[in-house]
Design a protein around this ligand. Structure first.
Ligand code: AVI
Length: 323
């Protein structure tokens, strides 16, 4: 699957092309970034509140307890960059101890969603005088723009939270961290929030909750193709499936066809045939071990400074220095 940090969605043509390609593969697939239209983003916010989905609460707890230590030793001026941060609520937790510590602190928000940038800027309004710049861009593009023309004495701290890195295949995660390192300087900091491997039953419940919110989040992708490309997917002819693939260390989300059927997608100029039981793979969520996170980042040129783990939820926040 392509990385979520890849090409920006530039409208219907891009969606149509990706859908035609993805549903033409032997293992049918759709890129996870298409899960996040307006309704999908709201459903994801609801997922974060589910008792079975512990990532958001665990990370919030770790950031609340350790934000001071995460930013310790940074010298002013500092630019704190958040990649794909959504509401800005977790960023605010990181900023709080930094405000009295640093005379010159700026924030750069990088997100493909204008709504998210707007929301995060409003959240950060609680810090009077804080300079906040928003970049509506992919991670790579936004980072290039943020780092371009930075002053000689400016330090950067990049936050990539919420286990967003887990939605990248291993090779894409490696490439992403390598690109990130290439635009940073030695001494810059990276804060990564990553979900850890845990018992299979727990993982499957987190991605197939009894209330059906994750199922709705996944099926909304079919709704999106109906709305935007005039497709005729029937929700009740597909089932949401969450599968723990232990070999690849990832939870896979699929939409499984419950019967043999043909779906028309006029906006993508195609008709797609399904046999009973055939699935569309819509997302991977890779789960790591604490050492695996450090090794992945080390290969890209980041040295682990400190790591904090929620032992119940099995979630880790790790601070790295670019070296
Ligand atoms: C955004 N991302 C880290 C979530 C995850 O856990 O992979 C998306 C998600 N998919 C289903 N539930 C949540």
């Amino acid at each position: 699957m392509e990385p979520i940090s890849g090409t920006v969605l530039t409208g219907r043509d891009r969606l149509a092309e990706d859908v035609r390609w993805g549903l033409g593969q032997t293992q049918k697939q759709l890129q996870p970034r298409y899960l996040y239209d307006a309704l999908g983003s709201q459903l994801f916010e609801a997922i974060c509140e589910l008792p079975e989905y512990r990532i958001t609460r665990a990370e919030r707890g770790l950031l609340t307890a350790h934000a001071g230590a995460i930013g310790v030793g940074l010298a002013s001026p500092v630019t704190l960059v958040e990649l794909g941060g959504g509401s800005g609520e977790k960023l605010a937790l990181l900023i709080e101890p930094l405000v009295p510590m640093l005379a010159d602190l700026r924030v750069a928000l990088v997100d493909v969603s204008a709504t998210a940038l707007d929301l995060a800027s409003r959240t950060l309004g609680q810090f009077p005088g804080l300079r906040v710049a928003g970049y509506q861009a992919t991670y790579e593009d936004g980072l290039r723009r943020v780092t371009h023309g930075r002053s000689g004495d400016e330090t950067m701290m990049v936050a990539f939270l919420g286990s967003n890195i887990g939605n990248l295949d291993m090779s894409a995660a490696r490439a992403f961290l390598g690109n990130l390192r290439s635009v940073l300087r030695a001494g810059d900091r990276l804060v990564l929030g990553v979900d850890l491997v845990k018992p299979a039953a727990e993982l499957v419940r987190a991605y197939d909750d009894p209330l059906g919110v994750t199922a709705a989040f996944n099926k909304n992708l079919l709704g999106r193709l109906n709305r935007e490309l005039g497709a005729d997917f029937e929700f009740d002819q597909f089932a949401h499936r969450a599968v723990w693939n232990a070999t690849a260390s990832r939870v896979e989300m699929h939409l499984e066809s419950l019967c043999a059927q043909t779906v028309s997608i006029p906006g993508a100029d195609c008709r797609v045939r399904f046999v009973e039981g055939e699935s569309i793979w819509t997302e991977s969520s890779y789960k790591y071990e604490t050492e695996g996170i450090a090794e992945l980042a080390a290969a890209a040129g980041f040295a682990r400074r400190d790591q904090w783990v929620d032992p119940d939820a099995r979630f880790a926040v790790t601070a790295f220095d670019a070296c």
